[in-house]
Design a protein around this ligand. Sequence first.
Ligand SMILES: [Zn+2]
Ligand SMILES: [Zn+2]
Length: 342
Amino acid sequence: MRAAVTRSFGETRVEEWPDPKAGPGEAVVRVEACGVCSGEGLPWYVNRKVPAVLGHEVVGTITEVGKGLSDGFVGTRVFAHHHVPCGECHFCRRGFVTNCKLFRETALDPGGFAEYMRVPAENFSRDTLTLPKEVPVEEAIFLEPMACSIRALKKLGDRPGDSILLIGLGVMGLLNLLIARSRGFKTIIGSDFIKERREVALRLGANAVVDPAGQDLRGEVEAATDGRGADAVIVGPGTPEALRAGLDAVAPGGTVVQFTPTPAEQNLEVDTHRFYFSELTLTASYSCGPEDTREALEIVSSRELPLADLVTGRFGLDGVDAAMRLIGEGGAHLKSIILPSL
Ligand SMILES: [Zn+2]
Ligand SMILES: [Zn+2]
C-alpha cells in the first residue's frame, strides 16, 4: 500500500509500505478520509513524533478482521480512536483518561495518512465506533476533534447563562463555539487576528468577535459581559501570551482552559494577587477519551451542525505537507482532509 511518511515538518513523501494484517482481535481499515489535526500544523509538535505516518482523525471501512472477531464487521464504516485508556488505573478512575499509561502507548498502525491501517485489539475493543451510513465522510472526520472540544467544555461543567471567551477561531475554536452553544453558554465571544475566521464565528452564533490587533480584548469582553469579564475562557493558541490574555479577560470565579500544548520549557507569569482574590481556575484539556467520542458520535449523527462547511481543503496522500502548512497560514482556510483515493 501507499503511506505518507513524514521525516520532519514539511518533509513528507508517499512511500510503499507493507500491507497491514489483522492479528487476533484486530481489524484492518481502508482509510476513506483523515482530517489534518491543528497540532499537525505545529512544527515542534510534529518533529517530536517523526519519522511517522501521521493522521488520527480517521474514518474508513473494515476490510479484514483477525481471530476472535466476527466476519460481520467486514464492510462496516468506522471511526477508530488512535489512543485508548485502560479504564481501570488510578488516572482513568479519576477521569484523567488521557494520562493513562495505555492511552500514551496505543496507536493506529501506521496512521491515518495511508491507504490502510491496522487497528490494534485494544483500540478496536475500547474505542472504535460504527458510523451511521447517512453521515457523510466530511462530517464524520470531525468525530475526534469534536470529542476534544467536548472534553474541554466538560471541564467547565454546565454553565447555563454564563459567558465564554474563545481565544483563537481556527477550526478547533469554531468547534468549541458549537459545543459551548449546545452546553448552554449564553454569551459567546470569539477572538482572532484573522477577519475571515471572525466572520465564520459570527455566522455560527458568536455574540461578539474581537480583533486583538486593533481592539482591547479585556475591554471588548467587559463590554459584552456587563463589565465582569468572561466566566470561562478556552485558549486555542499554544503560547504563554495567549494564556495571559485569557487570564486577563476572565471574570472573578472564572476558569481558563489551556487547549493546545506549548513547547517544553515555556513559562507563564501569573498575577497571583488577582488570581487569589478573584478565585480563578487555570486548567488544561488534552485530547479526549471514549466517553467523549461517544458523545461526539451522537452529535455528528444528529447532523444538526454545519460541519461540512468547515472543510476547506481536500488533498491526496501527496498533499500532506501542503495541508499541514496551510494550518499556519490562516486566511479563509479552516480544515483540510486527506483522501487517500484522490
Ligand atoms: Zn487531532
Ligand atoms: Zn488507565
